[in-house]
Design a protein around this ligand. Structure first.
Ligand SMILES: [Zn+2]
Length: 571
């Protein structure tokens, strides 16, 4: 007797094979049989007309905080994710000494825009060392599996204290201590070690992150120690300003550790072809046997702006700052005052010392109002500048007035990266590169200005079904890319495919109706903190470890998720 049989669905098994029609049987949390199944089960699920895929494996989240207070890990659980990997980009909450907790919170607040009050109330801090953190994570029942990586910034501050936080050079002793702790973390089940080398990441006070500028020897020493375990991966984000020296560092880390490494790959407007050079170096390295991969996104890295969000085109204008503390309704009332409108528009037009404000008001040609649904591949005519041109108005005036619409709830999509060419052609090229991994949704982070946790749903909906502005991609490729390919890259060989013996992590998808709603702000975080979320439609059911955890968009209350530890599936 099986536990569950899913009957009559169209199986896309995650291996990259073409869709086929089959029943699928589950027992003890595993897939046990595929084909025409006559045996009986405790529960039959009718999947006629539905796609049956493995659950999505999201390798790039920042649920480090949320995983300690939210068993449902929304919004990822709404989007069919069954395994989420956290601790990316060098930030997280372990290891951490007692007296460093506040500092860690401020780092996360700055880098990932998770409000400090949310983290202070939400994070449980039942740990100091990384192994203790893993045990604390393993104790919490959860809707999906999670995996953790040890973040460089936390590790550096844990070992070096204030010297580490202020980015002083590590001594040989410091490096050895960090290396030993990173090794211990991986032995305790961390899926990898992560670091940030980008100037974009900053603490709440505006300081660079501790790991920025760490000398090569520090990273190599840590990577080598991890290499001794024969487990775990390396992940980092860097700006690629000095392409050769950064890539050489990556090569050395991989060569000397013999561990796989993935880095963040984005298209920047100020060097829109750099990503191709990075991929070329990656190809060369891979030909020499170095396992280097690029984590890429399936759409723009999109900021969501508006009066309710952390940013909008005028949020740094002094006259706006003067009213920024008011409630939304009161701000809308004030902003409707023509005198204030003139002042703010004048301030935004002046050459500014503040580059951030400058950069938004200079980019209204890729600033798109969001209507009922978000369009992530819009044409220039739909932008604020495009609308202003058609109406013979100034772009900033149009942005200002539109921002006040819907009682101030109007939102804008601002693809910060990956949209230099006004289309997703570059993204497509990145996605089909043999060294690509799908990631970068940053679920759990950037609460007030990014809402990309919905990437998995968008990937299928847009790239297999909806795209009109260029070629699409085969659905079996897309499913493979965000299931088995991601799982294997992180050393998880027990999931990501619907093959007998694999974990029964499964999505049942009403493909025709698969869709995303527009991003909205909700205030459901600890301490009443707000965040952007986006609903999915079309997931008939999501199954984790053989149990139905979501049905037609509602959670069933089942929490069968577990902590994934490195090496548990023979990596
Ligand atoms: Zn990240």
């Amino acid at each position: 007797m099986h536990d569950v049989i899913i009957r009559g669905g169209t199986v896309i098994d995650g291996t990259g094979s073409k869709p086929f029609s089959a029943d699928l049987a589950i027992k003890d949390g595993r897939v046990v049989e595929l084909g025409r199944i006559t045996a009986k089960a405790h529960r039959d699920i009718d999947a006629h007309g539905l796609l049956v895929t493995p659950g999505w494996v999201d390798i790039h989240t920042h649920y480090d905080g949320q995983a300690s207070w939210d068993p449902y890990l929304s919004p990822s659980s709404w989007h069919g994710v069954t395994t989420a990997v956290m601790g990316n980009c060098g930030v997280g909450f372990a290891p951490a000494h007692h007296h460093q907790r506040q500092w860690m919170i401020e780092l996360m607040e700055g880098v990932e825009d998770i409000p400090g009050a949310v983290l202070s109330e939400g994070v449980k801090w039942e740990w100091e060392s990384f192994p203790e953190y893993m045990d604390a994570m393993a104790r919490i029942p959860r809707i999906m599996d999670v995996g953790a990586q040890i973040p460089h910034s936390a590790l550096r501050v844990f070992v070096m204290g204030e010297r580490g936080a202020s980015r002083q050079e590590a001594t040989l002793e410091d490096m050895k201590s960090m290396a030993a702790l990173a090794k211990e973390a991986v032995q305790a089940g961390a899926l990898g070690f992560t670091s940030s080398r980008t100037a974009v990441h900053r603490t709440k006070q505006g300081a660079s992150v501790p790991s920025l500028g760490a000398v090569d020897q520090e990273l190599i020493t840590i990577a080598q120690a991890i290499g001794e375990t024969g487990l775990g991966v390396l992940q980092l984000i860097t700006d690629w300003d000095d392409l050769d020296s950064e890539f050489n560092l990556i090569r050395k880390m991989v060569k000397l550790s013999a561990r796989p490494l993935s880095y963040t790959l984005l298209q920047h407007d100020f060097m829109p072809l750099r990503w191709r050079e990075v991929l070329r170096l990656t190809e060369q390295a891979r030909e020499e046997g170095l396992d280097i991969k690029a984590q890429v996104a399936c759409r723009g890295i999109g900021m969501i702006h508006g009066l309710e969000c952390s940013m909008h085109p005028f949020f740094l204008a002094p006259s706006y700052q003067g009213i920024s503390h008011l409630s939304l309704a009161d701000r809308v009332k004030e902003l409707n005052n023509p005198g204030l409108r003139d002042r703010i528009l004048l301030e935004a037009a002046a050459p500014l010392s503040n580059r951030r404000l400058d950069s938004i008001t200079q980019h209204l040609h890729k600033y798109f109002p969001i209507y009922k649904e978000a369009n992530y591949e819009p044409v220039p005519a739909e932008s604020i500048s495009g609308i202003a041109n058609q109406k013979g108005l100034t772009a900033s005036g149009v942005a200002y007035d539109m921002m006040l619409e819907q009682d101030g709830h109007q939102k804008f999509y601002f693809p910060l990266y990956n949209y230099s060419d006004n289309s997703l052609d570059a993204v497509r090229e990145m996605m089909i590169h043999p060294a690509a991994l799908l990631g970068l949704g940053d679920a759990g982070a950037h609460c007030g200005y990014i809402c990309d946790a919905s990437y998995p749903t968008y990937l299928i909906k847009h790239w297999a079904r909806d795209r009109t502005r260029g070629p699409k991609l085969p659905i079996e490729f897309l499913v493979h890319a965000q299931t088995q390919r991601n799982a294997q890259a992180l050393g998880m060989f027990d999931r990501g495919a619907l093959v007998a013996g694999f974990k029964a992590d499964i999505n049942l998808i009403d493909y025709e109706h698969l869709d995303l709603s527009a991003p909205v702000i909700v205030s459901d975080l600890p301490a009443g903190g707000r965040r952007l979320v986006q609903q999915a439609k079309g997931y008939a059911a999501t199954i984790v470890n053989g149990q139905v955890v979501m049905e037609n968009g509602e959670s069933t209350g089942a929490l069968p998720g577990q902590l994934v530890r490195s090496g548990q599936s023979g990596f």
